[in-house]
Each structure stands twice: as C-alpha cells, then as structure tokens.
Design a protein around this ligand. Structure first.
Ligand SMILES: NC(=O)c1ccc[n+]([C@@H]2O[C@H](COP(=O)([O-])OP(=O)(O)OC[C@H]3O[C@@H](n4cnc5c(N)ncnc54)[C@H](O)[C@@H]3O)[C@@H](O)[C@H]2O)c1
Length: 300
C-alpha cells in the first residue's frame, strides 16, 4: 500500500500531456500546475475561456467533427491525455441533470473518440473527468442515513442522462484498459464532487444541500493534486491486472460520504483541505448555532 505524503509528487521526466476541454472551468483550475510540469497540447473548440479571455496555447480542435482525421496529429508523442471536453447543450449547465438522451450522447461519442485516438497513438494513460453523478441515484439514501458511504466498487447507478453518460465513459474506459483492443490503455476515471468554494449565503434556507456540498467539496489544490497523481503515479493495476481505477474527487472532508480510500492507497492522494475546517465559522453560524440546532435536527 502506498503511503500518502506530500502534496504533489516530485516532478520527474517532463511528460507531454494533451488536454481536451482546455479552455473550460476544470481546466482553468489545473492549467497553472500543468504549465509548470508538462509540455502541453491544449485543445478545445474555442481558444478563449467562458469569460472571453484568451487561454495561452489553446488550439481549436473539435472532437465531435464529422471528419476526425485532423485530430490525429495532436496525439503524436503524447504520454497522457486528460479528457475534460464536454459538449453542453445551449441553455443547460454542465452538471444539470435535466438533459435528454440525445443531449448527452455526443459526450459519450467524444469520450470514445478520445480513447480511440489515445489507443492508436501509443498514449500510456488517460485521465477522464467523470462525475459523482455516475452514482447519484444513491445520494438520497446516503443523506437519509440508510447507507453510510458509496465507493468506486458500488454499482454505478443514476436516474438521469448526465449520470448515465458518465457511467458510459467508465464502461468504455474499462474496455480500453482491459486489453480488448490489443493493449492495455491505463485509465483513471475521476468522479469529481463539487469543485468550487462553498458560499454559505447560497444555502441559508437549504441546510441539507449545504451539508451535502460540504461533504462533496473539492478545493482547487486538492483537484490539482488528484489529477497530477492520476497522471503520474502508478501502477494502476487492480487485482485482475487491469490498469483501471475510479477515484472520487473530494477534499479531506469530515462530512465526506464518498470513499477515497482507493485514491489514497493507489496513487497516494493526500488531500490537504477539509471543508469543516475551512468553513468552520459559517458552519457554526448556519448549522450548529443555538437558534438553529433544534430546527436543523430534523433535517436530512
Ligand atoms: N464543473 C463541475 O462542477 C464538474 C463536476 C463534476 C464533473 N465535471 C465534469 O468535468 C468535465 C469538464 O467540466 P467543466 O466544468 O470544465 O465544463 P466546461 O463547459 O467549463 O468545459 C468543457 C469544455 O469542453 C469544450 N468542448 C465542448 N465541445 C467540444 C468538442 N466537440 N471538442 C473539444 N472540446 C469541446 C468546451 O468548449 C469547454 O471549454 C465535464 O465532463 C463535467 O461533466 C464537472
């Protein structure tokens, strides 16, 4: 078992890392660290971020284009792919669960295409932004305390197409990792939790949601550590010699309800932040204050 220590692994040989969705939100949290450690191939359908600011080095590449041939060249000499590309239907949020089958299908097509290019071009490892929504059907049971925790070994269950698409990424990823296509492509699927700061003002009348977001919280530095370790640390093989891992992406939260024990043992993930400590003052005010204790005691 790997001991978990230190924040980021010692930088070793400089890797060439291709990032899809490189001008998106998750990429914006990763790129500062990636720029220090890797030679980057940054691909997206746009070269500016959501605020219209140019993203240095970003190149236009459409992973849903009818003719994918021009994409191949980007994969030459790449060691690892970080797949963050996500097609969002107009008017919908990324993580919104109100999307239809046909609105999510392109994202499954995109994942398949990225994995295939990686396989065909000798890429060693692919790290994929999946989501906690791959198993979100369980969440009400967790909050009702009918079950204590969910981990990567529990069956992925979702009641919406956003979660279904993430399950499909994971299922496709397994096929590539197990050697079905001639070699084993190393694969990490990250079920990212809530990768944003928790603004208590948004939860004043929603204590159950507040508790949920405290449990799901993922700080930017912990996200960076998790992804860097997912790119660099190994081996990833499970007990069946398949280099495939699913890791939940959360910080070291006291209120965690998803298990990260395998991320700790396989890649030495040692998250530094705990929402309980970071937001202690807000929690005292909103959840444990004398005036609220009785009222919130009946929540969940
Ligand atoms: N943001 C979150 O809270 C969150 C939480 C859990 C999981 N995730 C997952 O992480 C991934 C990235 O999310 P995000 O929040 O950065 O989304 P985002 O919308 O900010 O970024 C996605 C990027 O993909 C690009 N893209 C769209 N179509 C493309 C195509 N055809 N080819 C290449 N690039 C294309 C977009 O232009 C965008 O820059 C998604 O799969 C999402 O489901 C996000």
């Amino acid at each position: 078992m790997m001991t978990t220590s230190g924040r980021l692994p010692e930088a070793s040989a400089r890797r060439r890392v291709l990032v899809t969705g490189a001008t998106g939100y998750i990429a914006s949290q990763l790129l500062p660290v990636f720029r220090e450690r890797y030679d980057l191939v940054l691909l997206d359908v746009r070269t500016t971020d959501a605020g219209g600011q140019p993203v240095a080095g970003a190149q236009v590449a459409d992973f849903l284009a009818e003719d994918p041939t021009p994409l191949a060249g980007h994969f030459e000499g790449v060691d690892a792919v970080v797949h963050l590309g996500y097609w969002r239907p107009p008017g919908k949020t990324v993580t919104g669960q109100d999307k239809s089958y046909l609105e999510e299908r392109p994202n499954v097509d995109m994942a398949e295409r990225v994995f295939r290019f990686a396989l065909d071009h000798g890429v060693r490892r692919v790290v994929v932004a999946s989501s906690n929504h791959a198993a979100d059907w369980w969440e009400p049971l967790l909050h009702e305390r009918r079950i204590d925790a969910i981990g990567p070994r529990d069956l992925p269950r979702s009641d919406n197409y956003y979660g279904w698409a993430k399950i499909a990424y994971e299922a496709l990823g397994w096929m590539y990792a197990c050697g079905a296509f001639g070699r084993k492509l190393e694969m990490v699927q990250l079920r990212i939790g809530a990768p944003r700061e928790v603004d208590a003002a948004e939860f004043v009348d929603r204590p159950a949601q507040y508790k949920r977001d405290l449990g799901a919280y993922l700080s930017a530095r912990d996200l960076q550590q998790l992804v860097v370790r997912s790119i660099e640390v190994g081996p990833l093989e499970d007990e069946w010699e398949v280099p495939f891992q699913i890791f939940y992406g959360i910080s070291n939260n006291t209120r965690a309800f998803w298990s990260i024990t395998n991320a700790r043992s396989v890649i030495g993930y040692a998250p530094e932040d705990d929402s309980e400590v970071k937001y202690a003052d807000d929690i005292r005010r909103l959840l444990t204050g004398a005036g609220d204790r009785g009222r919130l005691g009946t929540e969940r």
